[in-house]
Structures are given as C-alpha cells and as structure tokens.
Design a protein around this ligand. Structure first.
Ligand SMILES: Cc1cc2nc3c(=O)[nH]c(=O)nc-3n(C[C@H](O)[C@H](O)[C@H](O)COP(=O)(O)OP(=O)(O)OC[C@H]3O[C@@H](n4cnc5c(N)ncnc54)[C@H](O)[C@@H]3O)c2cc1C
Length: 330
C-alpha cells in the first residue's frame, strides 16, 4: 500500500511534465531502501532519474517550482533515509561521461567515483588513486570533499560546474571553500553539482595501480562489499580545534594527519558491539555502524544519539555526523 496520496502532495501536472522530458524516468512510491547502502528508508513520493545535463536541468527546475519538497541524491552510500520516506521529489543525476585533455580530466557528477579513479590510473594520471574503493558518485564526492589515506578530492579539483536557480555556474576550487569533508555545497543545498574538472599529474600507471590495489585490499577487509553501512558515521576531529583538556587525553599514536579519530573517543565510551534493534556498531571499529538485518532509521538515529551523548558526557565533545539525512524521523 502506498503511504502517500500523490495527487494531493505533488500535482499530477508536475508528474506529467517530468515524465515528458526526454532522458528522464519517473516512478511513484519508490522504496528508498533500494537506493541506500544501509538498505533503510521508506518510499519517495516521486523518484526521478535524469541521464543528461539538459534533462536534469529541466527536471530540477520543475521540481523546484512544484511546491513539493525535493532532494538530490547520488548512489545513497552516505545517506540515512527516514523510515517514512520522503514526501516529495527525489532526483538523481546519472550522466556519467569522463574525458580528458592531457592532464585535465572532466567528469559528470553522475559518474561513479571509482570509474573516475580507474580512468585516471589507466591514463597514467596521479591524484585520485588513494580514493579507490570510496563508493558513490563524483557529485557527492565534491559535495562532501571525499577522501582517504591522507588525500581528498579538493587537492586536484580545478573547477566545479553547478546549477543555481536554473543557471549553470562555474566555481574555482577556492570558491568551493573545501575543508575536511566540507564544501560550500553543504551550506547551499540548492546548488546542484553537474560536473568537475580535475588537474592531475603524469605518473606510471603500474605504480598508481599498485597503490590503489594495496589500499583496496585493506578497505575490503574493513568494509566487506555486502556490508550495509555508510563508511564512517562521524567526522574525525581536528586536533588543533580541540580544548587543551581534551587534547591531553589523546595518545599521540592515534593522531593522524592532525586529526583525532572519532573512533578513539567512541571506543573509550564502549561503542564497539553496541546494538539497537537491527543496527550495530562493528566489533572491530567504533566509528562504523551497519544494518545487521531489519534495521530501521529510528534504530540508527537512536544509536547515533546514544553514542554522541556518551562522548559528550565523558569528553565534553560534540561529534559531528559525516552521514547525511533525508526525510523527517518517523
Ligand atoms: C563502505 C563505505 C566506505 C566509505 N569510505 C569513505 C571514505 O573513505 N572517504 C569518504 O570521504 N567517504 C567514504 N564513504 C562515504 C561515501 O562514500 C561518500 O560520502 C560518497 O561521496 C557519497 O556518494 P553518494 O553518491 O553515494 O552520495 P549520497 O549518499 O547519495 O549523497 C550524499 C550527499 O551528497 C549530496 N549530493 C549527491 N549528489 C549531489 C550533487 N550532484 N550535487 C549536490 N549534492 C549532491 C546529497 O544530497 C547528500 O547530501 C564511505 C561509504 C561507504 C558505504
């Protein structure tokens, strides 16, 4: 049974206009659990995929002027979607062309980040190889400044193309205000990323492939492909920004690249193995929560709140979620 009366929430004319756009698919009452790696989330009243930039621009314009709420998602690998779903329009941009001109690589936002990493390695271009195994799309990687093993995508991003009120605009990397897992796009949620240009440097493909393969092996042990999770739930903490009293409690051996891992604080408050319904903290990693089967967003959010509260009480610290939310908590 559908939870929504679509005609009431989204005018039939909006649905028809979206369905008329070439290269756009429109589906009603789509379970978002099928579009999130957690495998959690109720239905989207309307789920829209656009496979070309012109199609996406028109679809987004219709969504924005429809009066219904809307959200743009990528591959759903960093999302907690409410158990009651999203009573508006969920859009996904799936255009995924990747091309290059010497050391300049262009990718559309709907491309898989891994496809971009592989492309750069095959073309003997250094800069993205440590990002191998990070799931999701290029657009979301820019949105959250994805990274791993000491590097993040902002280091090679040169220009980002995005939609602002129906107009395509270009920002340089400095205008994107990249920081650790942050960009201006997290503040301006209506600016939707269309593509990116990255400046890479020439290097032997075999060397890059070896680096990527070694990293992927370690990552697959930590995050088995079948694990229903979002990677790290919380951001790490910038050591220099912590109060002196907290800094003194952090052993030097856990500090990496000027950051104190959230996992350290979580471990101290007994997070490993904690469970709420079908949702569990990994026994081997305190900052990794997964759906063990039958987990709900309610369980997940309750567990996150409990972990935050324990760290707040013990250390006086506020952990910040890396994971993004869609829909209101049921
Ligand atoms: C096993 C595992 C390991 C992970 N490891 C890492 C890691 O090492 N490093 C790391 O940084 N992340 C990691 N992550 C998190 C995740 O891979 C990244 O956050 C990724 O960039 C999310 O991509 P996505 O396409 O799935 O985005 P989604 O989860 O669908 O969306 C994430 C956010 O991006 C926004 N968004 C999506 N597309 C656009 C767009 N075109 N324009 C504007 N906003 C957009 C959405 O609105 C949402 O707020 C991991 C996740 C998993 C499951």
């Amino acid at each position: 049974m559908l939870l929504y009366n679509l005609d009431k929430m989204i005018a039939r004319v909006t649905i028809d206009r979206l369905a008329d756009i070439p290269n756009v698919s429109v589906s009603e009452g789509v379970p978002l659990s099928d579009h999130t790696r957690f495998g959690i989330g109720g239905p989207a009243a309307l789920y829209v995929e656009a496979a070309s930039e012109p199609a996406f621009c028109v679809a987004l314009g219709i969504a924005q002027s429809s009066g219904a709420g809307y959200v743009v998602i990528g591959a759903g690998t960093n999302l907690i979607v409410s158990d009651v779903g999203f009573d508006g329009i969920v859009l996904r941009f799936t255009a995924n062309q990747i091309s290059s001109d010497g050391t300049l690589v262009r990718a559309e936002a709907g491309a898989e980040l891994q496809a971009l990493v592989d492309y750069s390695i095959e073309h003997g271009l250094r800069g993205l190889e440590t990002m191998t195994g990070i799931p999701g799309s290029v657009g979301a990687a820019i949105y959250g400044n994805a990274g791993a093993y000491g590097h993040s995508i902002d280091e090679c991003a040169e220009r980002v193309r995005f939609l602002d009120c129906g107009m395509a605009r270009d920002f340089t990397a400095s205008q994107c205000q990249f920081r650790y897992r942050e960009s201006i796009f997290k503040q301006q949620k209506d600016w939707i990323i269309l593509g990116v240009e990255l400046r890479l440097t020439p290097a032997p493909a075999t060397e890059l492939r070896k680096i990527a393969d070694d990293i992927l092996k370690i990552r697959l042990e930590k995050y088995p492909v079948s694990m229903k999770c979002a990677g790290s739930i919380f951001k790490n903490l910038i050591l220099a920004e912590l109060p002196e009293s907290v800094r003194q409690q952090i052993p030097e051996r856990v500090v990496r690249e000027g950051k104190a891992p959230s996992a350290y604080f979580l471990e101290q408050v007994g997070a490993k193995g904690m469970q709420r319904g079908g949702v569990r903290v990994a026994d081997y990693h305190a900052n990794l929560i997964y759906n063990d089967g039958g987990g709900t967003a309610r369980d997940l959010c309750a567990l996150i709140d409990e972990l935050k509260s324990r760290v707040r009480v013990r250390f006086g610290l506020e952990l910040e979620e890396e994971v993004q939310h869609v829909g209101r908590l049921s």
